[in-house]
Design a protein. Structure first.
Length: 134
């Protein structure tokens, strides 16, 4: 199971990073910049970004992928990954919405939907890939 879990985690992280790269490059123009552009940095802090992906990936691996790999269930990874994504992205967005004067409710809703879909789909894909390769 350890090899399968490692493959699932690496596959999930690679897919998540690729999808998030395209999402952020696209959504920044139509979602983030028009609504919260005054809060955005000119360039992302790459050290913080890498730290986020490693921390988030470890959380997904421990709480979503490990039980899904043990059960042999990409469907379980989809469901629990989506729940994990909703909770994690919801924590970020709703905290910002509660504490920042100019935080956009549209950003909150769209970003939470993105985190839910992104984490669910990449978790399921990671388990599926691991089943095929391990």
């Amino acid at each position: 199971m350890t090899k399968t879990l490692l493959i699932a985690a690496v596959a999930m992280l690679v897919l998540m990073a690729i999808a998030d790269f395209f999402w952020l490059n696209t959504a920044t123009k139509w979602l983030y910049r028009p609504r919260i552009g005054h809060l955005l940095a000119d360039k992302p802090n790459m050290v913080a970004a890498v730290a986020f992906y490693l921390l988030y990936g470890a959380g997904v691996a421990a709480l979503v992928l490990r039980p899904a790999v043990a059960a042999g269930s990409p469907g379980s990874a989809l469901l629990w990954g989506a729940i994990f994504g909703l909770v994690a992205y919801g924590t970020y967005d709703l905290t910002n919405h509660a504490t920042m004067r100019d935080w956009s409710p549209t950003v909150t809703l769209v970003d939470m939907a993105w985190g839910t879909a992104l984490t669910g789909l990449t978790s399921a894909a990671g388990v599926w890939i691991a089943q095929k390769l391990a």
